[in-house]
Design a protein around this ligand. Structure first.
Ligand SMILES: Cc1cc2nc3c(=O)[nH]c(=O)nc-3n(C[C@H](O)[C@H](O)[C@H](O)COP(=O)(O)O)c2cc1C
Ligand code: SF4
Length: 825
């Protein structure tokens, strides 16, 4: 066939082929098309356009990575709600995809690898070395602290009377609430080569959740951390523990007498490699404590004297650190930690320490060592322990869940302390109090800075918290030692409506009690019987409460505005929070080191959490007013930190930056934290700091300005000029009715985003600009003092102008040198 003939036949062939295989051809073509489209779609960077205004400052996009361990333990969070992308103008997802939170005990497979660098044993050369005794104590209601102090005195006298006085140095005392655990309880502190440490630990016991549990938890964690040597404190010369308990409530050890001191002793034995220099002492605070403590002190002194003479801890004597004498600790390890099955080998608990035990003791090591009174040692059991060294198969039996306790039981010292200070405790973890400004406003003597800046009249404001616990131990927090702390929510949880009813009822009750107070104005009293604002900032960490969103929604439905302050340690909760009227993040320092010193956070990854919170704040800044609250503490977080704070502002671009001087609470707790009146800045100093910060922000092209002040509260406000200045006038006040109308859908917000698929613009919510209120009043502006001239100023004794004690405030300068400690909390 010639070529032209072939060509003529081709269409027929093609038609034939088409008829034979058209379905297959069509399907293949369709598949190819879909694949090409998908590839193009995925490769093209999708753009999300928002009609939210471009901030007045450079905006580098931030990705917030929420780590699984940041999710609350028994999370009620809707994980999809954490995708805060929709809230932001950024195209970058605000929250990285979440890996499912790890639940259940940590299981380490295989052999425990020896630590990289084993801690050297303390070798004491009595001719050249020195002993540094460290007395640690923890105290919630002061008993142990008092005993620690008298112990130190007697002990010091004993040392100075010794022949070996040159060898034993004067003791140093440390309140465990104020130390970094890592500095003392992971490895012994660093010292001059010839100084060796000896630990003396005085502990009370509380069968409720307290800061003591955090200490015990940290000892347990250190022991179980496979990266750390099993006996990282073996560099100590020795240790001994004394417990303070109460036999009236806890008559026997089985019933919990001194149970936490016993726990500390147990963990110290493990961490030091059994360097118990003298047995655990225990005293009943209502009976024999002085006698027991005296006996124990003599024993500890004797042990120290032996060490000083180079005799070591002795052998075979009661309380000696001889490994052969007691292997109780290892037995507990194996029994408690064993979630492994035995098939091949058996161990007797009383056998000498075997390297095999070392191998398994960290497997699945989730020991419930918290303040459980009944943590009776399974070591007493004589039955052989079942351990499988070959399969490491997990037992299917789940570990019993710890029973939740009340956060602040009525029997706790925290309850007593809080109620004494005028707080009402609602349920077992919420609190409410009327602050001094509410009382002041009722008497027409002025409102707090929130009135000057945002228009909140203090007599219409309720200050409350749904979580009295928090995950920091800030140096300026008056509740040290007694406040419940924790990294996870593990308490009995009250329902949000119960909390709402409880706090409002208690607030109204307290207002009614003001009825007979001289000077209370009738019209203000009447107005106060309708709460319009809630400051969720009292003490503790409000977003720690698992149902915070429900509580906020209830408040908004009652047209109560919400000012929520959080400590930037709970990014998952922050990301999932419903929009509030004004969202605060406490910025207590400008860098990691300083934050550690001032907030003393419990989370080891506190800085990562802090930064993640800033990024979340940045991503949510177009849906609610965001605020940085800086609390300045002289000597801690002021000097040289302006640029650091500017970095943080640049990172989160908050609507406002509130700068205030710290309040000095004057308690012994503050003293132990190293805080005195000298750490409270003068208003002049706060103002200078603000000027410097303002200048630094301007240098970086960030459009902030100093908007307002409340000299009386030692507080100054910086605001984003592009958003809260209109026609050259500051508008920092809030339109509350506008906010509620937006919440209720009565008016539509203007936060608009472009639909990715259709390209259409749609309203997705409201912006802070939608509920801006009136212009900031003249008297509140920077330079004018911030005191409403319609109110009557009452000066504290010895302060203010000499002649007219009740003259209306006109002179802002009068305040400038005085109010150091008169700061609203
Ligand atoms: C709420 C509460 C719980 C307590 N639980 C125990 C306990 O379980 N076992 C015990 O021996 N003593 C217990 N006590 C007694 C304290 O340990 C004892 O009063 C101790 O001296 C308190 O020391 P501190 O004042 O230094 O905090 C408890 C006391 C309170 C107020
Ligand atoms: S965050 Fe608040 S409650 Fe918690 S320790 Fe700090 S100041 Fe106290």
């Amino acid at each position: 066939m010639s070529a032209p003939e072939l060509l003529e036949q081709l269409p027929e062939e093609l038609i034939f082929l088409w008829h034979q295989h058209r379905i297959a051809i069509l399907l293949s073509a369709l598949t190819i098309l879909v694949l090409v489209r998908l590839t193009v779609h995925l490769r093209t960077k999708r753009e999300k356009v928002s009609a939210s205004p471009v901030p007045g400052s450079p905006t580098e996009k931030k990705v917030v990575e929420i780590k699984p361990e940041w999710l609350p333990e028994n999370t009620t969070l809707d994980v999809s709600a954490l995708t805060v992308d929709d809230h932001a103008e950024d195209s970058v997802a605000a929250v990285a995809p979440l890996v499912k939170a790890r639940k259940g005990p940590k299981t380490v497979k295989g052999r425990k690898t020896p630590s990289k660098k084993p801690v050297p044993e303390a070798v004491f050369n009595h001719a050249t070395d020195k002993i540094q005794p460290l007395i640690f104590f923890q105290s919630l209601s002061g008993t142990t602290e008092r005993h620690a102090s008298s112990f130190e005195k007697i002990f010091s006298t004993w040392i100075s009377g010794q022949d070996s006085a040159a060898t034993i140095l004067p003791p140093q005392v440390h309140d465990i609430s104020y130390i970094e655990y890592d500095d003392y309880f992971i490895t012994p502190p660093k010292s001059a080569d010839n100084t060796k440490y000896f630990y003396i630990i005085l502990m009370p016991t509380y069968n409720i959740d307290t800061v003591l549990d955090i200490f015990l938890e940290s000892l347990r964690e250190t022991h179980n951390d496979f990266r750390i040597d099993t006996a990282p404190l073996s560099g100590l010369l020795g240790y001994s523990v004394f417990g303070f308990g109460d036999k009236e409530g806890w008559p026997t050890e089985e019933e919990g007498f001194c149970s936490q001191a016993k726990e500390v002793d147990k963990w110290m034995a493990r961490l030091t490699g059994r360097k118990r220099a003298y047995p655990l002492g225990m005293g009943d605070v209502k009976d024999d404590v002085d006698m027991r403590l005296e006996e124990w002190r003599l024993g500890v002194q004797e042990a120290l004297g032996d060490i000083a003479q180079g005799k070591g801890l002795g052998e075979g004597v009661p309380g000696s650190g001889d490994a052969a004498e007691s292997d109780e600790e290892e037995d507990i390890d194996v029994a408690e930690d064993s979630d492994v099955e035995v098939e091949t080998q058996k161990l007797k608990p009383k056998s000498k320490k075997s390297s095999r035990i070392d191998d398994v003791e960290d497997l699945g090591s989730m020991v419930n060592s918290s303040n459980n009174n009944n943590t009776s040692s399974p070591s007493s059991s004589e039955t052989p322990l079942a351990i499988d060294f070959t399969t490491y198969k997990s037992k299917s039996k789940p570990a019993p869940a710890p029973t939740p306790k009340e956060m602040v039981p009525t029997t706790s010292p925290t309850y007593a302390a809080l109620t004494k200070q005028g707080y009402s405790i609602i349920g077992s973890h919420s609190g409410v109090k009327i602050c001094r400004w509410t009382k002041s406003a009722l008497r027409g003597r002025g409102s707090c800075y929130k009135y000057s800046f945002y228009g909140i009249q203090s007599h219409l404001c309720m200050e409350a918290t749904p979580s009295l616990s928090c995950s920091n131990k800030c140096v300026f927090c008056w509740r040290h030692g007694t406040n419940p702390v924790g990294t996870t929510w593990r308490w009995i949880t009250d329902a949000p409506d119960t909390i709402f009813d409880g706090i409002t009822t208690a607030h109204y009750k307290k207002i009614r009690m003001m009825k007979g107070v001289p000077g209370v104005r009738a019209e203000r009293f009447a107005e106060a019987m309708r709460i319009r604002h809630c400051a969720l900032s009292l003490v503790g960490e409000p977003i720690f409460y698992p149902h915070i969103n429900d509580l906020l929604t209830i408040m908004h439905s009652h047209r109560i505005s919400t000012f929520l302050v959080c400590n930037a340690q709970h990014p998952a909760q922050l990301a999932s929070l419903v929009p509030v009227t004004q969202l605060y993040v406490s910025i207590d320092a400008s860098n990691k080191d300083s934050l550690r010193k001032i907030d003393r956070p419990l989370h080891r990854d506190f800085w990562e959490r802090f930064c993640a919170c800033l990024d979340i704040l940045r991503n949510r800044r177009f849906e609610q007013r965001t605020v940085f609250r800086l609390t300045l503490v002289k000597g801690f977080n002021m000097a040289e930190e302006v640029r650091g704070y500017a970095d943080l502002v640049e990172r989160a671009l908050p609507s406002f930056v509130e700068v205030k001087g710290v309040t000095y609470c004057g308690t012994s707790a503050a003293g132990s934290a190293g805080l005195t009146m000298q750490n409270v800045p003068f208003y002049d100093e706060v103002a200078d700091f603000v000027r410097e910060l303002d200048a630094e922000l301007a240098r970086r092209g960030l459009a902030y300005g100093i908007a307002a002040e409340h000299a009386h509260s030692c507080c100054v406000l910086l605001a984003d000029r592009t958003r809260f200045m209109r026609d050259g006038r500051w508008h920092t006040r809030i339109g509350y009715d506008k906010f509620f109308d937006l919440c209720e859908g009565k008016t539509q917000g203007t936060r608009v985003e472009k639909d990715e698929v259709t390209g259409e613009e749609k309203v997705v919510g409201w912006r802070p600009e939608d509920y801006i209120g009136d212009e900031t009043p003249e008297w509140a502006l920077w330079g004018n003092g911030g005191f409403d001239p319609r109110d009557v100023r009452v000066w504290r004794k010895g302060k203010g102008p000499k002649k007219d004690e009740t003259a209306p405030a006109t002179d802002a300068d009068a305040d400038a040198h005085t109010p150091r400690a008169i700061v609203e909390i």
